[in-house]
Design a protein around this ligand. Structure first.
Ligand code: IVH
Length: 676
């Protein structure tokens, strides 16, 4: 009898991993975090080790196609492999160019040239060449570190192993896409769901001989680390790649003007079905490397590039129900449960309805027949309602005025900046009063960018919450492991692993710690700013004793919205209790104030007036790159006021009064040993 139960449990875990693998390999999209994936994998392996009657061809111990997090050695990319932001419309592209021109402080009529490159839907790889020899190849991994798949890449004919050209850089990481041609895929249809899946499976074989059996191709399109690269433009670099023996996409073009980008996009979309490789959009990159350098990156993607995705897939379905999900910040998100429908190979049964306003605007009701769109990796959404098919007795959807989880009033706030009422309705409770908010806070707390506790994923948070094992963040560090060991699916080994990963994360940087608290409006960037400002946990915690929060407004990037959110966080007793309890179990490291060897070290700046050929954003990055700081108002803390055209008189007068040094653009650039 017991064996039957164990087998059932085992099978349910196998079903889960099958689902995760399918999504990962068919769509290269993880529907769970790495931790959750590894969790399930571990649980299966532990069960198998314990009960020898358990076996499945889908088990991670058997199948070749499983995510091989530990199969290959990890290695760091010397220059991170970034991802790209997406554009879906002309408007998105206009916005993209506008931001570029603003950042570069260029007139809106300035022509920017782009390298327009069809985006092959394969697996990216980074190939290191030293003195013309291919010495190492890494997969993208998480962008910072990848898997060492050198031997497998060696089997690909398109990858030159030795390059003798005189002008090939001394050292360079050539990056591009590994893919399989559709014609070759024909013979592999039985084994893999699509070409991308086949390429990914092949590239990750443990035995390079197996990789060899599946014909892989490589096209090159960018570089990472380099020493001795002489090209100044992407288009020249692409040409050189060909000369050096790499394949590049024959449909690459250099284009300026959004209208022309759109024409090219339409042209290529027409050819899409007749190409022998799958493409899912066009990548646009600012062609000039010097401009790319100036533009730099935001978070994980460059400002100088974007992926213009091909049109999405649409389908008709009907709304079975409208569910309200509650997020970490209390936002009530309506989700339409729709009759499951296959859209472009993916079965869709949920579509986001965004917020209350969206439901009202489109008058979306339960029972409606709707057009659902699935675009790229974005959650499917409802495009339109077919009013002709609306059932006679249908009722307008009433958005809940009280929180479905905790019964608190739901409110719509006034956005202080836009002076408009928010489209989002929120649960008005604070701290850990609302169960749904608390669960989401805990998920955020353990998430990748916060505590990143291995093996402690969303599912475990939900499970432990249900079993009343955790309620507050500190509970994670005070777990009763003997209780967990007796739970279904847990055993000695998995509990040991969990204990180990939790213990490992007891030391944390102040920046991550602040982020992990999930304070509204305090994302990664703001957490970093706050950590630099407060330096130590105790100073940060002191906010609970303060009434005056004005000082924080001096942090460039922190505004009224953030300050009032921090204020309300610190005025909630439950939050303070969490801080006190966490302090007992954690070691929160002081912020390391970044490199103090830059030219502007210990100097603070403020810009007033319009500068010439350089935007505020660029000045700010320049200052920070050189260890300086920007602040947002004239005060005694300010060292330099940089003035451009038409400076604010009040700022200038006040700076003079405080005897602050006033400099112009040229003097500022001189401080950086730059001339213009
Ligand atoms: S450039 C920062 N160029 O798209 C620049 N990427 O979301 C990022 N891709 O992981 C890479 N074709 O797998 C670049 N011509 C192209 C590309 C391309 C396909 C993929 C690549 C990358 C993803 C970015």
């Amino acid at each position: 009898m017991q064996n039957k139960i164990i087998k059932k449990l085992y099978n349910s875990k196998i079903e889960l991993i099958k689902k995760y693998n399918k999504s990962y390999f068919n769509k290269n999209k993880s529907i769970v975090s790495d931790q959750e994936y590894d969790d399930i994998k571990n649980e299966i392996l532990v069960l198998e080790a314990k009960y020898d009657f358990l076996e499945s061809k889908y088990s991670p111990s058997k199948s070749v196609g499983f995510k091989p997090s530990k199969n290959f050695k990890k290695a760091n990319h010397r220059v991170p492999m970034l991802s790209l932001s997406n554009a879906f419309s002309e408007e998105d592209l206009l916005n993209f160019e506008k931001k570029i021109l603003n950042f570069l402080s260029q007139d809106k009529n300035t022509s920017i040239y782009y390298s327009a490159e069809p985006k092959i839907d394969g697996i990216s790889a980074s190939l290191t060449y030293k003195q013309g020899k291919f010495v190492k190849g890494l997969s993208r991994g998480d962008g910072r570190a990848g898997e060492d798949i050198t031997l497998n890449l060696f089997t690909i004919n398109d990858i030159p192993k030795i390059i003798l050209s005189k002008d090939f850089p001394d050292e360079i990481d050539i990056r591009g896409e590994v893919f399989i041609q559709n014609s070759d895929f024909e013979n592999l249809k039985e084994k893999f769901a699509n070409p991308r899946n086949a390429a990914s499976g092949s590239l990750r074989q443990k035995n390079p001989e197996d990789t060899k059996k599946i014909p892989l191709n490589f096209i090159a399109y960018t570089f990472g680390f380099e020493k001795g690269l002489n090209q100044k433009k992407q288009s020249d670099f692409l040409k050189k790649l060909n000369e050096w023996g790499f394949k590049t996409n024959p449909l690459n073009k250099t284009i300026s003007g959004i209208k022309n980008l759109i024409n090219n996009y339409n042209e290529i979309e027409k050819q899409r079905s007749s190409l022998d490789f799958d493409i899912d959009g066009i990548v646009y990159k600012v062609n000039d490397f010097a401009l790319q350098q100036r533009l730099g990156n935001v978070a994980n993607a460059p400002r100088w590039a974007i992926a213009h995705k091909f049109s999405s897939n649409k389908a008709t379905s009907s709304i079975l129900d409208i569910e309200i999900q509650i997020g970490r910040t209390g936002a009530l998100t309506p989700v339409a449960k729709i009759k499951p429908i296959n859209i472009g190979g993916v079965v869709v049964s949920n579509a986001t309805l965004h917020n209350e306003d969206e439901i009202n605007r489109k008058d979306i009701r339960i029972g409606d027949t709707v057009t659902v769109e699935r675009a790229g990796d974005v959650i499917p959404h409802i495009l339109s309602v077919d009013l002709k098919k609306r059932p006679k007795k249908s009722l307008k959807f009433n958005f809940p005025k009280i929180c479905p989880s905790c019964g608190s009033k739901t409110i719509k706030e006034l956005n202080k900046i836009t002076k408009k009422i928010d489209a989002v309705r929120r649960c008005s409770s604070e701290g850990y009063y609302c169960d749904k908010i608390s669960i989401e806070k805990l998920k955020h707390f353990v998430s990748k960018e916060a505590f990143n506790i291995d093996g402690f994923g969303k599912k475990i948070v939900e499970n432990f919450w249900k079993l009343k094992i955790i309620k507050y963040p500190q509970d994670i560090f005070n777990l009763d492991f003997s209780k967990i060991e007796n739970l279904d699916g847990w055993g000695e080994l998995s509990v040991q692993n969990l204990k180990y990963s939790i213990n490992q994360k007891k030391t944390i940087s102040l920046e991550r710690f602040i982020y992990s608290l999930g304070i509204r409006h305090i994302g990664l960037e703001n957490a970093k700013l706050l950590s630099k400002h407060f330096v130590s946990f105790s100073k940060f915690k002191n906010l609970s004793k303060q009434t005056d929060y004005e000082d924080m407004l001096n942090i460039d990037g922190i505004g009224d919205t953030q300050v009032s959110s921090i204020k309300s966080f610190f005025s909630n007793e439950a939050n303070i209790k969490v801080l006190n309890e966490l302090e007992k179990v954690l070691l929160i490291k002081d912020a390391i104030l970044h490199s103090d060897d830059g030219l502007l070290n210990n100097k603070t700046f403020l810009v007033t007036g319009k500068l010439n050929g350089i935007s505020r954003a660029e000045v700010k990055s320049l200052i920070e790159e050189n260890s300086g700081k920007t602040i947002s108002s004239v005060s005694k803390k300010l060292n330099f006021l940089i003035i451009g055209e038409k400076p604010t008189k009040k700022k200038l007068d006040y700076a003079k009064q405080l005897k602050i040094k006033v400099i112009d653009q040229a003097e500022f650039l001189k401080m950086l040993n730059k001339t213009s």
